[in-house]
Design a protein around this ligand. Structure first.
Ligand code: DLL
Length: 434
């Protein structure tokens, strides 16, 4: 079903006109209220009145994660704190998080956009929607929660429950849709198989998955093991949370809610916009957000715009499945982590070199993380095994409290981790798709 027919099927010409009008308003708003945009615009001598078409977007500066980190906590907000009704945050590349605010209107808009995501895969008020996303600072849980409630579905907030409890809820409450990371769906499938329970005993028919990269192969695997139809959806907290782009029943790319976001694909090296159909970095400009508007925000995600129209009738353009990142960010069961954050923690510890490797594999659907670290030459000599165990415990507590990361820690002799020919260590070895 199409949730918001007027906008989702708008004539392209009208949509582009709407985008330009909304962009103008947003530019005035950020110039007036966000000091780093005022400086950026002044430095580049940008006259907002001269931004008259989408082509003129190119004249505007990009926003990077770094700009938002430097605005910690509230400098990037475009409204006073009294108008903020919700605060989420996301990890920056180093220790400082990016803080995202929402006004009442923003939350309303967010719920409607999530309503589009749910409707487009056939979820409606007859559905029992089990949400297995985290309900804390990340946007998956609460984002889907309010969107599903707005749609009138029965919402089961199940995050944080361990897998047996999830399955029990799913079976007894007859959940018809599961919303989670694709990895968690595989985890549920493994648990069902271990219990010897046939997924046909459940009432589940739809799975809506996102927040981490996955492949067509994983889609097929989830569908055959859980006996459901699985759909992809994309979003990021800085721009909104879930609700930015979504598959429809045809599953040939994700429609971008272009009445709220202007999308560009750029070459990450030259920063020049690329034509439709060419792969590059996704860049979004928000055009309806009040509290946290962003101009040309570089997502770091790689994809491309799919040319041509979709048979569902939506005129909103589609992006292809996210194929990777331009940086080294890794996503562990929906949690985004930069190796530089781990490095910063290691610098706080004594007795280790900042040489480490992160090995990612799958264990019953979820990500198993092994952190291999080189210790200094005197580490093994100055004390016995006990100190190594203490060290590992201390580090794993730090990883878990600061980054929400559970990892097996393996200590390695100095210079034992393989260096590439340029003597640089490959930080991340990701074997999850193998
Ligand atoms: O992951 C928002 C979200 C929640 C989207 C639930 C969909 C479902 P962040 O925690 O800020 O927000 O992480 C955003 O996750 O830049 C991508 O790298 C990655 N990502 C999100 N959706 C997908 C997807 C939420 N469908 C970052 N495929 C983004 C691949 C995805 N990667």
């Amino acid at each position: 079903m199409i949730y918001s027919r007027e906008y989702e099927t708008m004539l392209r010409e009208d949509l582009e006109q709407l985008q330009v009008e909304r962009l103008q308003m947003t530019l005035h708003q950020v110039y007036r209220n966000v000091s780093f945009y005022k400086h950026l615009f002044d430095d580049r001598k940008i006259e907002i009145e001269e931004i008259k078409s989408l082509k003129d977007l190119e004249k505007l500066p990009f926003t990077a994660k770094e700009n938002l980190r430097q605005s910690y906590p509230y400098e990037a907000f475009a409204v006073p704190l009294r108008d903020i009704v919700r605060i989420h945050s996301t990890s920056g590349t180093t220790g400082t998080p990016i803080v995202i605010g929402y006004t009442k209107n923003d939350l309303n808009m967010w719920s409607s956009l999530v309503g589009r995501v749910l409707s487009s895969v056939g979820i409606d008020s007859n559905d029992l929607v089990q949400i297995a996303f985290d309900y804390s600072q990340s946007t998956g849980g609460l984002g889907f929660h309010y969107g599903a409630e707005k749609l009138g579905a029965s919402v089961i907030p199940a995050s944080g429950e361990e897998v047996m409890k999830q399955i029990r809820i799913m079976k007894d409450y007859r959940s018809s849709a599961l919303i989670s990371t694709p990895g968690y769906a595989l985890h549920i499938a493994s648990a069902l198989e271990k219990m010897g329970m046939d997924p046909q005993e459940l009432n589940l028919s739809i799975g809506l998955f996102g927040a981490e990269p996955w492949s067509e192969k994983t889609r097929t695997e989830i569908e055959s093991r859980l006996k459901i139809k699985a759909y992809d959806n994309y979003g990021l907290s800085e721009i909104l949370g879930p609700g930015v782009a979504y598959e429809c029943e045809h599953r040939c790319g994700m429609h971008v809610s272009e009445d709220h976001f202007i999308i560009e694909v750029i070459d990450p090296d030259t920063l020049k916009p690329l034509p439709e159909g060419q792969e590059g970095e996704l860049v979004f400009t928000t055009i309806t957000k009040q509290a946290f508007p962003l101009i040309r925000y570089r997502t770091g995600d790689i994809s491309k715009i799919i040319s041509g129209t979709c048979s569902c009738g939506r005129t909103l353009r589609r992006i292809e499945r996210i194929s990777g990142r331009i940086d080294d960010m890794i996503i562990v069961d929906g949690n985004n982590i930069f190796p530089s954050q781990i490095e910063a923690l290691l610098f706080e510890m004594e007795g280790v070199e900042p040489h480490f490797q992160i090995l990612l594999t799958r264990n019953e659907g979820l990500t198993a993380v092994e952190l291999m670290i080189e210790v200094t030459p005197d580490f093994f000599s100055f004390d016995e095994i006990k100190s190594a165990e203490n060290f590992k415990k201390q580090l794993s507590d730090l990883l878990s409290t600061r980054l929400g990361l559970r990892a097996k820690i393996t200590l390695k002799e100095p210079n034992s981790l393989e260096r590439s020919s340029g003597k640089k260590l490959k930080r991340v070895i990701d074997l999850r798709e193998e």
